[in-house]
Ligand binder design. Structure first.
Ligand code: HEC
Length: 154
């Protein structure tokens, strides 16, 4: 009897932990080399909105860690690499993966994975299963950073 109960408990634990693993938004086949070639939204990104997402504390707040020369933002941190001229160094597809899931490239990076819902720690209950940014916001960022060619002299 005790053995049967024990088995049931073990079986229960097994099903709850193995049942329905959360589906991730980024699947392996979307990533090719160091890029995500296909858009994450049906509507093309708008660079103007992308700039807002980049600066806005409620959305990307990328300025917390990244500087872009000439960007009008009250505060810009430099924990991450400067992104001035990033559009001249990386393709849109490379930029997309670096925003969606930088841990694919730098496993120990402090940069958040903005489009990943599994394998994240430090996520509050309410936000479980929700990516930090929508696919559309990431497309706005890709459009904005793709146009960031660093016009000022190096
Ligand atoms: C907490 C700090 C932090 C935040 C917030 C952050 N990043 Fe980053 N980012 C980094 C670091 C650090 C790296 C370099 C990767 C590494 O070495 O860990 C990086 C790398 C990048 C790169 C690649 C740069 C290159 O030269 O290859 C891009 C593009 C980028 N970030 C875009 C963004 C965007 C867009 C946002 C906002 C949605 C953002 N980052 C938010 C820290 C941050």
């Amino acid at each position: 009897m005790i053995r049967a109960t024990l088995l049931a408990v073990v079986a229960l634990g097994f099903t709850t932990s193995c049942d329905a693993p959360p589906a991730d938004l980024i699947s392996k086949h979307m990533i090719i080399s160091d890029t995500i070639p296909s858009s994450l939204s049906s509507t093309p990104g708008d660079p103007e909105i992308g700039r807002e997402v980049f600066v806005s504390r409620e959305r990307g707040h990328c300025v917390l860690c990244h500087i872009i020369d000439g960007l009008d933002a009250p505060f810009q941190g430099d924990v991450g690499p400067e992104l001035t001229g990033i559009g001249a160094r990386l393709t849109g597809a490379q930029i997309r993966l670096r925003i969606a899931d930088p841990s694919q490239i730098w496993p120990d990076t402090i940069m958040p994975s903005y489009y990943r819902v599994t394998g994240l720690n430090q996520v509050d209950g309410d936000f479980m299963g929700e990516p930090v940014l929508t696919g559309q916001d990431i497309e706005h960022l890709v459009a904005y950073l793709g146009e960031e060619k660093g016009s000022t002299a190096e």
